[in-house]
Design a protein around this ligand. Sequence first.
Ligand code: TAP
Length: 452
Amino acid sequence: MTTTQVVNPATEQVVTTLELVSAAETDAAIERAQRAGADWRAVAPGDRARLLRRFAEAVDANLEQLAQLEVANAGHTIGNARWEAGNVRDVLHFAAGIPERLLGNQIPVAGGVDITFHEPLGVVAVIVPWNFPMPIAAWGFGPALAAGNTVVLKPAELTPLTAIRLGELALEAGVPEGVFQVLPGKGSVVGQRFVTHPAVRKVVFTGSTEVGKEIMAGCARQVKRVTLELGGKSANIIFADADLERAAATAPYGVFDNAGQDCCARSRILVQRSVFDRFLELLEPAVRGVRVGDPAAESTEMGPLISAAHRARVASFVEPSTKVAFTGTQPDGPGFWYPPTVVLPDAPSDRVLTEEVFGPVVAVVPFEDEADAVRIANDTEYGLSGSIWTNDVGRALRVSRGVEAGNLSVNSHSSVRYWTPFGGFKQSGLGRELGPDAALAFTETKNVFIAT
Ligand code: TAP
Protein backbone atom coordinates (compact mmCIF):
# COMPACT_ATOMS: atom_id res chain seq x y z
CA MET A 1 0.00 0.00 0.00
CA THR A 2 1.36 3.45 -0.93
CA THR A 3 0.64 6.43 1.27
CA THR A 4 1.15 10.16 0.90
CA GLN A 5 1.57 12.89 3.48
CA VAL A 6 -0.58 15.96 3.04
CA VAL A 7 1.44 19.00 4.13
CA ASN A 8 0.25 22.49 5.11
CA PRO A 9 2.36 24.76 2.87
CA ALA A 10 2.12 27.70 5.30
CA THR A 11 3.52 25.74 8.26
CA GLU A 12 5.25 22.70 6.67
CA GLN A 13 3.33 20.56 9.21
CA VAL A 14 1.80 17.23 8.15
CA VAL A 15 -2.00 17.59 8.06
CA THR A 16 -2.79 13.93 7.49
CA THR A 17 -1.52 10.75 5.82
CA LEU A 18 -3.61 9.13 3.11
CA GLU A 19 -3.62 5.83 1.29
CA LEU A 20 -3.23 6.20 -2.46
CA VAL A 21 -5.53 4.33 -4.82
CA SER A 22 -3.84 1.56 -6.85
CA ALA A 23 -4.26 0.69 -10.53
CA ALA A 24 -6.44 -2.34 -9.60
CA GLU A 25 -8.66 -0.17 -7.38
CA THR A 26 -8.92 2.38 -10.19
CA ASP A 27 -10.12 -0.34 -12.57
CA ALA A 28 -12.68 -1.47 -10.01
CA ALA A 29 -13.95 2.10 -9.58
CA ILE A 30 -14.22 2.62 -13.34
CA GLU A 31 -16.20 -0.60 -13.61
CA ARG A 32 -18.51 0.50 -10.76
CA ALA A 33 -19.01 3.81 -12.57
CA GLN A 34 -19.85 1.95 -15.76
CA ARG A 35 -22.43 -0.22 -13.96
CA ALA A 36 -23.96 2.80 -12.21
CA GLY A 37 -24.29 4.59 -15.55
CA ALA A 38 -27.31 2.64 -16.81
CA ASP A 39 -29.47 3.68 -13.86
CA TRP A 40 -28.08 7.23 -13.66
CA ARG A 41 -28.90 8.11 -17.26
CA ALA A 42 -32.42 6.75 -16.70
CA VAL A 43 -33.10 9.04 -13.72
CA ALA A 44 -35.86 11.45 -14.80
CA PRO A 45 -34.48 14.89 -15.70
CA GLY A 46 -36.33 16.60 -12.87
CA ASP A 47 -35.03 14.08 -10.33
CA ARG A 48 -31.44 14.39 -11.55
CA ALA A 49 -31.79 18.18 -11.28
CA ARG A 50 -33.13 17.82 -7.72
CA LEU A 51 -30.19 15.59 -6.70
CA LEU A 52 -27.71 18.13 -8.06
CA ARG A 53 -29.49 20.91 -6.17
CA ARG A 54 -29.30 18.85 -2.98
CA PHE A 55 -25.59 18.28 -3.62
CA ALA A 56 -25.20 22.09 -4.06
CA GLU A 57 -27.04 22.68 -0.79
CA ALA A 58 -24.82 20.15 1.01
CA VAL A 59 -21.75 22.03 -0.28
CA ASP A 60 -23.26 25.30 0.93
CA ALA A 61 -23.99 23.86 4.37
CA ASN A 62 -20.34 22.73 4.61
CA LEU A 63 -18.82 25.77 2.91
CA GLU A 64 -16.76 26.89 5.90
CA GLN A 65 -15.41 23.39 6.52
CA LEU A 66 -14.41 23.02 2.84
CA ALA A 67 -12.77 26.45 2.90
CA GLN A 68 -10.80 25.65 6.05
CA LEU A 69 -9.64 22.36 4.51
CA GLU A 70 -8.31 24.27 1.50
CA VAL A 71 -6.51 26.78 3.69
CA ALA A 72 -4.78 23.93 5.52
CA ASN A 73 -4.07 21.81 2.44
CA ALA A 74 -3.27 24.34 -0.29
CA GLY A 75 -2.38 27.53 1.63
CA HIS A 76 -5.19 29.44 -0.09
CA THR A 77 -6.26 32.62 1.66
CA ILE A 78 -9.48 32.10 3.58
CA GLY A 79 -11.24 34.68 1.40
CA ASN A 80 -10.28 32.84 -1.78
CA ALA A 81 -11.09 29.43 -0.29
CA ARG A 82 -14.62 30.56 0.63
CA TRP A 83 -15.12 31.87 -2.91
CA GLU A 84 -13.89 28.52 -4.29
CA ALA A 85 -16.29 26.44 -2.19
CA GLY A 86 -19.07 28.86 -3.15
CA ASN A 87 -18.11 28.38 -6.79
CA VAL A 88 -18.62 24.60 -6.45
CA ARG A 89 -22.11 25.25 -5.02
CA ASP A 90 -22.93 27.67 -7.84
CA VAL A 91 -21.62 25.37 -10.58
CA LEU A 92 -23.82 22.59 -9.17
CA HIS A 93 -26.88 24.86 -9.12
CA PHE A 94 -26.09 25.92 -12.70
CA ALA A 95 -25.64 22.27 -13.69
CA ALA A 96 -28.97 21.44 -12.07
CA GLY A 97 -30.56 23.50 -14.85
CA ILE A 98 -29.09 21.22 -17.51
CA PRO A 99 -31.11 17.96 -17.36
CA GLU A 100 -34.42 19.68 -18.14
CA ARG A 101 -32.87 21.86 -20.85
CA LEU A 102 -30.82 19.31 -22.79
CA LEU A 103 -32.73 20.16 -25.94
CA GLY A 104 -32.29 18.52 -29.32
CA ASN A 105 -33.44 19.77 -32.73
CA GLN A 106 -36.28 18.83 -34.98
CA ILE A 107 -34.96 19.26 -38.51
CA PRO A 108 -37.30 19.50 -41.52
CA VAL A 109 -36.86 16.49 -43.85
CA ALA A 110 -38.89 14.81 -46.59
CA GLY A 111 -40.81 11.61 -45.79
CA GLY A 112 -40.54 11.68 -42.04
CA VAL A 113 -39.32 13.36 -38.88
CA ASP A 114 -35.71 14.05 -37.98
CA ILE A 115 -34.72 14.67 -34.39
CA THR A 116 -31.44 14.95 -32.48
CA PHE A 117 -30.61 13.74 -28.97
CA HIS A 118 -27.70 14.67 -26.70
CA GLU A 119 -26.67 11.28 -25.33
CA PRO A 120 -24.33 10.96 -22.31
CA LEU A 121 -20.85 9.66 -23.09
CA GLY A 122 -20.68 7.10 -20.26
CA VAL A 123 -17.83 7.23 -17.74
CA VAL A 124 -16.09 10.63 -17.64
CA ALA A 125 -12.72 10.99 -15.88
CA VAL A 126 -11.64 14.31 -14.41
CA ILE A 127 -7.95 14.95 -13.57
CA VAL A 128 -7.40 17.98 -11.35
CA PRO A 129 -4.22 20.01 -10.58
CA TRP A 130 -3.27 21.35 -7.15
CA ASN A 131 -3.76 25.06 -7.79
CA PHE A 132 -7.58 25.29 -7.63
CA PRO A 133 -8.66 21.89 -6.32
CA MET A 134 -12.35 22.69 -5.79
CA PRO A 135 -13.50 24.83 -8.74
CA ILE A 136 -11.59 22.89 -11.39
CA ALA A 137 -13.07 19.63 -10.12
CA ALA A 138 -16.61 21.04 -10.17
CA TRP A 139 -16.31 22.50 -13.69
CA GLY A 140 -15.84 18.92 -14.83
CA PHE A 141 -18.10 16.85 -12.58
CA GLY A 142 -21.05 19.31 -12.40
CA PRO A 143 -22.04 19.41 -16.07
CA ALA A 144 -20.83 15.83 -16.68
CA LEU A 145 -23.20 14.44 -14.02
CA ALA A 146 -26.00 16.72 -15.18
CA ALA A 147 -25.74 15.37 -18.73
CA GLY A 148 -26.17 11.80 -17.47
CA ASN A 149 -22.56 10.62 -17.21
CA THR A 150 -20.93 8.97 -14.23
CA VAL A 151 -17.66 10.50 -13.02
CA VAL A 152 -14.36 9.29 -11.60
CA LEU A 153 -12.19 12.12 -10.32
CA LYS A 154 -8.51 12.21 -9.46
CA PRO A 155 -7.38 15.14 -7.33
CA ALA A 156 -3.73 16.20 -7.37
CA GLU A 157 -1.60 14.17 -5.01
CA LEU A 158 -0.69 17.34 -3.08
CA THR A 159 -4.28 18.55 -2.57
CA PRO A 160 -6.80 15.70 -2.21
CA LEU A 161 -8.72 16.78 0.92
CA THR A 162 -11.53 18.95 -0.46
CA ALA A 163 -12.22 16.54 -3.35
CA ILE A 164 -12.57 13.65 -0.89
CA ARG A 165 -15.03 15.71 1.16
CA LEU A 166 -17.01 16.64 -1.97
CA GLY A 167 -17.30 12.91 -2.77
CA GLU A 168 -18.77 12.30 0.70
CA LEU A 169 -21.17 15.25 0.37
CA ALA A 170 -22.48 13.89 -2.95
CA LEU A 171 -23.37 10.60 -1.25
CA GLU A 172 -24.94 12.39 1.73
CA ALA A 173 -27.05 14.42 -0.71
CA GLY A 174 -28.39 11.20 -2.24
CA VAL A 175 -26.30 10.91 -5.42
CA PRO A 176 -26.27 7.10 -5.89
CA GLU A 177 -23.17 4.98 -5.14
CA GLY A 178 -20.81 4.71 -8.09
CA VAL A 179 -22.11 7.84 -9.85
CA PHE A 180 -19.39 10.17 -8.52
CA GLN A 181 -16.19 8.64 -7.11
CA VAL A 182 -13.07 10.44 -5.90
CA LEU A 183 -9.82 8.50 -6.26
CA PRO A 184 -6.81 10.10 -4.59
CA GLY A 185 -3.72 8.67 -6.25
CA LYS A 186 -0.79 9.31 -8.49
CA GLY A 187 -1.08 10.76 -11.97
CA SER A 188 1.17 7.99 -13.27
CA VAL A 189 -1.17 5.34 -11.80
CA VAL A 190 -4.78 6.56 -11.49
CA GLY A 191 -4.51 9.26 -14.17
CA GLN A 192 -2.91 6.85 -16.60
CA ARG A 193 -5.66 4.24 -16.09
CA PHE A 194 -8.20 6.92 -16.94
CA VAL A 195 -6.39 7.36 -20.25
CA THR A 196 -5.94 3.66 -21.04
CA HIS A 197 -9.12 2.04 -19.62
CA PRO A 198 -11.52 1.54 -22.53
CA ALA A 199 -14.65 2.13 -20.40
CA VAL A 200 -13.61 5.75 -19.79
CA ARG A 201 -15.10 7.69 -22.71
CA LYS A 202 -13.75 11.13 -21.93
CA VAL A 203 -10.86 12.65 -19.98
CA VAL A 204 -11.12 16.21 -18.71
CA PHE A 205 -7.58 17.25 -17.84
CA THR A 206 -6.41 20.46 -16.22
CA GLY A 207 -2.70 20.81 -15.60
CA SER A 208 0.58 21.44 -17.34
CA THR A 209 0.84 21.61 -21.12
CA GLU A 210 3.53 18.93 -20.99
CA VAL A 211 1.30 16.32 -19.28
CA GLY A 212 -1.71 17.49 -21.32
CA LYS A 213 0.08 16.54 -24.55
CA GLU A 214 0.76 13.04 -23.17
CA ILE A 215 -2.89 12.66 -22.18
CA MET A 216 -4.04 13.77 -25.62
CA ALA A 217 -1.67 11.32 -27.33
CA GLY A 218 -2.84 8.51 -25.04
CA CYS A 219 -6.50 9.28 -25.62
CA ALA A 220 -5.94 9.32 -29.39
CA ARG A 221 -5.33 5.55 -29.31
CA GLN A 222 -9.00 5.01 -28.39
CA VAL A 223 -10.33 8.18 -30.03
CA LYS A 224 -11.27 9.11 -26.47
CA ARG A 225 -12.78 12.56 -26.05
CA VAL A 226 -10.62 15.11 -24.24
CA THR A 227 -10.95 18.58 -22.83
CA LEU A 228 -7.60 20.15 -21.97
CA GLU A 229 -7.13 23.20 -19.75
CA LEU A 230 -3.38 23.87 -19.75
CA GLY A 231 -0.83 26.55 -19.01
CA GLY A 232 -0.80 30.26 -19.75
CA LYS A 233 1.46 33.28 -20.19
CA SER A 234 -1.17 35.95 -20.28
CA ALA A 235 -0.63 39.63 -21.02
CA ASN A 236 -1.97 42.60 -19.11
CA ILE A 237 -1.82 45.38 -21.76
CA ILE A 238 -1.84 48.95 -20.51
CA PHE A 239 -2.34 51.76 -23.03
CA ALA A 240 -1.31 55.35 -22.33
CA ASP A 241 -4.95 56.48 -22.42
CA ALA A 242 -5.98 54.11 -19.59
CA ASP A 243 -6.78 55.00 -16.00
CA LEU A 244 -3.16 54.37 -14.96
CA GLU A 245 -3.86 54.60 -11.22
CA ARG A 246 -6.46 51.85 -11.39
CA ALA A 247 -4.43 49.74 -13.80
CA ALA A 248 -1.42 49.89 -11.47
CA ALA A 249 -3.43 49.33 -8.29
CA THR A 250 -5.07 46.20 -9.68
CA ALA A 251 -2.16 44.71 -11.68
CA PRO A 252 -0.70 42.86 -8.62
CA TYR A 253 -4.02 41.08 -8.07
CA GLY A 254 -4.13 40.08 -11.76
CA VAL A 255 -0.95 38.07 -11.30
CA PHE A 256 -0.24 37.44 -7.60
CA ASP A 257 -3.65 36.05 -6.67
CA ASN A 258 -3.22 32.49 -5.34
CA ALA A 259 0.51 33.38 -5.17
CA GLY A 260 0.60 33.43 -8.98
CA GLN A 261 -0.36 29.74 -9.13
CA ASP A 262 -3.12 30.55 -11.55
CA CYS A 263 -3.29 29.51 -15.19
CA CYS A 264 -4.87 32.92 -15.92
CA ALA A 265 -2.12 34.91 -14.14
CA ARG A 266 -1.30 38.05 -16.14
CA SER A 267 2.42 37.33 -15.81
CA ARG A 268 3.48 39.75 -18.57
CA ILE A 269 2.57 43.40 -18.10
CA LEU A 270 2.90 45.27 -21.41
CA VAL A 271 2.96 49.05 -20.96
CA GLN A 272 2.91 51.72 -23.67
CA ARG A 273 6.36 53.31 -23.69
CA SER A 274 5.16 56.88 -23.16
CA VAL A 275 3.77 55.93 -19.70
CA PHE A 276 6.20 53.11 -18.82
CA ASP A 277 8.12 54.96 -16.08
CA ARG A 278 5.00 56.49 -14.60
CA PHE A 279 3.30 53.08 -14.49
CA LEU A 280 6.26 51.50 -12.65
CA GLU A 281 6.19 54.35 -10.11
CA LEU A 282 2.52 53.60 -9.44
CA LEU A 283 3.03 49.82 -9.46
CA GLU A 284 5.73 49.80 -6.78
CA PRO A 285 3.56 50.81 -3.78
CA ALA A 286 0.78 48.52 -5.02
CA VAL A 287 3.17 45.51 -5.03
CA ARG A 288 4.71 46.40 -1.68
CA GLY A 289 1.17 46.73 -0.29
CA VAL A 290 0.10 43.15 -1.11
CA ARG A 291 -0.52 41.52 2.28
CA VAL A 292 1.46 38.27 2.25
CA GLY A 293 1.15 35.96 5.25
CA ASP A 294 -0.94 33.50 7.25
CA PRO A 295 -3.61 32.36 4.79
CA ALA A 296 -6.06 31.75 7.64
CA ALA A 297 -6.03 35.45 8.60
CA GLU A 298 -9.00 37.35 7.16
CA SER A 299 -6.91 40.26 5.87
CA THR A 300 -4.27 38.18 4.02
CA GLU A 301 -4.13 38.64 0.25
CA MET A 302 -1.40 36.16 -0.70
CA GLY A 303 -0.35 32.88 0.90
CA PRO A 304 2.58 30.52 0.34
CA LEU A 305 3.51 28.41 -2.68
CA ILE A 306 2.33 24.81 -2.70
CA SER A 307 5.63 23.03 -1.94
CA ALA A 308 9.36 23.45 -1.43
CA ALA A 309 10.02 21.92 -4.87
CA HIS A 310 7.67 24.38 -6.53
CA ARG A 311 9.26 27.31 -4.70
CA ALA A 312 12.67 26.22 -6.00
CA ARG A 313 11.26 26.16 -9.54
CA VAL A 314 9.75 29.63 -9.18
CA ALA A 315 13.00 30.99 -7.72
CA SER A 316 14.93 29.63 -10.73
CA PHE A 317 13.28 32.30 -12.90
CA VAL A 318 14.96 35.08 -10.94
CA GLU A 319 18.66 34.58 -11.64
CA PRO A 320 21.49 36.68 -10.20
CA SER A 321 21.65 38.54 -13.53
CA THR A 322 17.88 39.24 -13.61
CA LYS A 323 16.98 42.92 -13.30
CA VAL A 324 14.53 43.02 -10.35
CA ALA A 325 12.59 46.31 -10.26
CA PHE A 326 11.16 45.74 -6.77
CA THR A 327 9.61 43.07 -4.58
CA GLY A 328 6.86 42.83 -1.99
CA THR A 329 7.11 41.22 1.40
CA GLN A 330 7.10 37.66 2.76
CA PRO A 331 6.89 36.33 6.33
CA ASP A 332 9.80 34.73 8.18
CA GLY A 333 9.75 31.23 9.59
CA PRO A 334 8.41 27.97 8.16
CA GLY A 335 6.29 27.83 5.01
CA PHE A 336 7.01 27.86 1.29
CA TRP A 337 7.05 31.65 0.89
CA TYR A 338 8.11 33.72 -2.08
CA PRO A 339 7.61 37.49 -2.28
CA PRO A 340 5.73 39.25 -5.09
CA THR A 341 8.52 40.08 -7.55
CA VAL A 342 8.59 42.47 -10.52
CA VAL A 343 11.33 41.94 -13.12
CA LEU A 344 12.43 43.88 -16.20
CA PRO A 345 13.61 41.34 -18.80
CA ASP A 346 16.48 42.19 -21.17
CA ALA A 347 15.22 40.33 -24.22
CA PRO A 348 12.00 38.78 -25.60
CA SER A 349 13.70 35.37 -25.36
CA ASP A 350 14.16 35.60 -21.56
CA ARG A 351 12.73 32.50 -19.88
CA VAL A 352 10.61 34.66 -17.61
CA LEU A 353 8.79 35.94 -20.72
CA THR A 354 8.45 32.65 -22.59
CA GLU A 355 7.73 30.07 -19.85
CA GLU A 356 4.91 29.84 -17.36
CA VAL A 357 6.35 30.70 -13.90
CA PHE A 358 3.22 29.70 -11.94
CA GLY A 359 4.40 31.84 -9.04
CA PRO A 360 4.44 35.50 -7.95
CA VAL A 361 6.89 36.77 -10.56
CA VAL A 362 5.77 39.27 -13.19
CA ALA A 363 7.74 40.73 -16.11
CA VAL A 364 7.07 44.29 -17.31
CA VAL A 365 7.93 45.23 -20.91
CA PRO A 366 7.32 48.36 -23.01
CA PHE A 367 5.47 48.51 -26.36
CA GLU A 368 5.15 51.26 -28.97
CA ASP A 369 1.61 51.20 -30.35
CA GLU A 370 -1.50 49.06 -30.71
CA ALA A 371 -0.06 46.74 -33.36
CA ASP A 372 3.10 46.25 -31.31
CA ALA A 373 1.04 45.42 -28.19
CA VAL A 374 -0.94 42.75 -30.03
CA ARG A 375 2.24 41.32 -31.59
CA ILE A 376 3.97 40.97 -28.22
CA ALA A 377 0.85 39.60 -26.50
CA ASN A 378 0.61 36.90 -29.19
CA ASP A 379 4.33 36.08 -29.16
CA THR A 380 3.75 32.93 -27.08
CA GLU A 381 2.49 29.40 -27.65
CA TYR A 382 -0.06 29.98 -24.89
CA GLY A 383 -3.40 31.75 -25.24
CA LEU A 384 -5.55 31.48 -22.15
CA SER A 385 -6.38 34.86 -20.76
CA GLY A 386 -5.43 38.54 -20.62
CA SER A 387 -6.47 42.08 -19.80
CA ILE A 388 -6.64 45.29 -21.82
CA TRP A 389 -6.61 48.70 -20.13
CA THR A 390 -7.77 51.62 -22.26
CA ASN A 391 -10.49 54.27 -22.25
CA ASP A 392 -10.99 53.96 -26.03
CA VAL A 393 -13.87 51.55 -26.73
CA GLY A 394 -12.82 50.99 -30.33
CA ARG A 395 -9.30 50.08 -29.27
CA ALA A 396 -10.63 47.81 -26.54
CA LEU A 397 -12.61 45.86 -29.13
CA ARG A 398 -9.86 45.83 -31.79
CA VAL A 399 -7.26 44.56 -29.33
CA SER A 400 -9.71 42.04 -27.83
CA ARG A 401 -10.26 40.62 -31.30
CA GLY A 402 -6.53 40.66 -32.06
CA VAL A 403 -5.24 38.88 -28.96
CA GLU A 404 -5.20 35.10 -29.41
CA ALA A 405 -6.66 34.04 -26.06
CA GLY A 406 -9.86 32.44 -24.81
CA ASN A 407 -10.69 34.77 -21.91
CA LEU A 408 -10.08 38.48 -22.01
CA SER A 409 -11.23 41.31 -19.81
CA VAL A 410 -11.19 45.04 -20.48
CA ASN A 411 -10.41 47.38 -17.57
CA SER A 412 -10.62 44.44 -15.16
CA HIS A 413 -8.92 41.10 -14.48
CA SER A 414 -11.88 38.79 -14.25
CA SER A 415 -11.69 35.53 -16.19
CA VAL A 416 -14.10 33.10 -14.66
CA ARG A 417 -17.87 33.07 -14.38
CA TYR A 418 -19.57 29.69 -14.35
CA TRP A 419 -22.14 30.85 -16.91
CA THR A 420 -19.59 32.09 -19.49
CA PRO A 421 -17.26 29.82 -21.50
CA PHE A 422 -13.72 29.21 -20.30
CA GLY A 423 -10.73 27.71 -22.12
CA GLY A 424 -7.59 28.34 -24.10
CA PHE A 425 -6.34 29.08 -27.62
CA LYS A 426 -3.17 27.41 -28.99
CA GLN A 427 -1.27 25.32 -26.43
CA SER A 428 -3.38 26.59 -23.53
CA GLY A 429 -5.97 23.96 -24.20
CA LEU A 430 -8.63 22.25 -26.23
CA GLY A 431 -12.37 22.68 -25.81
CA ARG A 432 -14.29 24.85 -23.40
CA GLU A 433 -15.73 24.42 -19.93
CA LEU A 434 -18.64 26.18 -18.22
CA GLY A 435 -20.93 28.60 -20.06
CA PRO A 436 -24.16 27.95 -21.95
CA ASP A 437 -22.67 24.97 -23.85
CA ALA A 438 -21.16 23.22 -20.81
CA ALA A 439 -23.28 20.10 -21.28
CA LEU A 440 -22.35 19.66 -24.95
CA ALA A 441 -18.79 18.79 -23.93
CA PHE A 442 -20.25 15.75 -22.14
CA THR A 443 -22.66 14.46 -24.77
CA GLU A 444 -22.69 12.96 -28.25
CA THR A 445 -25.20 14.28 -30.75
CA LYS A 446 -27.35 11.50 -32.13
CA ASN A 447 -29.51 12.04 -35.21
CA VAL A 448 -32.65 9.89 -35.66
CA PHE A 449 -34.81 9.83 -38.79
CA ILE A 450 -38.30 8.34 -38.45
CA ALA A 451 -40.10 7.53 -41.72
CA THR A 452 -43.73 8.54 -41.66
P1 TAP B 1 0.50 18.53 -13.74
O1 TAP B 1 1.76 18.08 -13.20
O2 TAP B 1 0.28 18.47 -15.19
O3 TAP B 1 -0.62 17.70 -12.95
C1 TAP B 1 -1.98 17.90 -13.13
C2 TAP B 1 -2.72 16.62 -12.77
O4 TAP B 1 -2.36 15.59 -13.69
C3 TAP B 1 -2.40 16.07 -11.38
O5 TAP B 1 -3.56 15.50 -10.83
C4 TAP B 1 -1.37 15.01 -11.69
O6 TAP B 1 -1.27 14.00 -10.71
C5 TAP B 1 -1.90 14.44 -12.99
N1 TAP B 1 -0.90 13.76 -13.80
C6 TAP B 1 0.45 13.94 -13.79
N2 TAP B 1 1.03 13.11 -14.68
C7 TAP B 1 0.05 12.39 -15.26
C8 TAP B 1 0.01 11.37 -16.25
N3 TAP B 1 1.12 10.95 -16.84
N4 TAP B 1 -1.18 10.86 -16.60
C9 TAP B 1 -2.32 11.30 -16.03
N5 TAP B 1 -2.36 12.24 -15.09
C10 TAP B 1 -1.19 12.80 -14.70
O7 TAP B 1 0.20 20.03 -13.39
P2 TAP B 1 0.35 20.76 -11.99
O8 TAP B 1 1.76 21.11 -11.80
O9 TAP B 1 -0.33 19.99 -10.94
O10 TAP B 1 -0.55 22.05 -12.27
C11 TAP B 1 -0.03 23.21 -12.77
C12 TAP B 1 -0.38 23.41 -14.24
O11 TAP B 1 -1.77 23.37 -14.44
C13 TAP B 1 0.06 24.74 -14.77
O12 TAP B 1 0.71 24.61 -15.99
C14 TAP B 1 -1.25 25.49 -14.96
O13 TAP B 1 -1.22 26.52 -15.90
C15 TAP B 1 -2.17 24.43 -15.31
N6 TAP B 1 -3.54 24.85 -15.03
C16 TAP B 1 -4.35 25.16 -16.07
C17 TAP B 1 -5.64 25.58 -15.83
C18 TAP B 1 -6.51 25.92 -16.96
S1 TAP B 1 -8.03 26.02 -16.60
N7 TAP B 1 -6.08 26.08 -18.16
C19 TAP B 1 -6.12 25.66 -14.54
C20 TAP B 1 -5.27 25.33 -13.51
C21 TAP B 1 -3.98 24.90 -13.79
P3 TAP B 1 -0.18 14.12 -9.51
O14 TAP B 1 -0.68 15.16 -8.61
O15 TAP B 1 -0.19 12.78 -8.88
O16 TAP B 1 1.12 14.47 -10.16
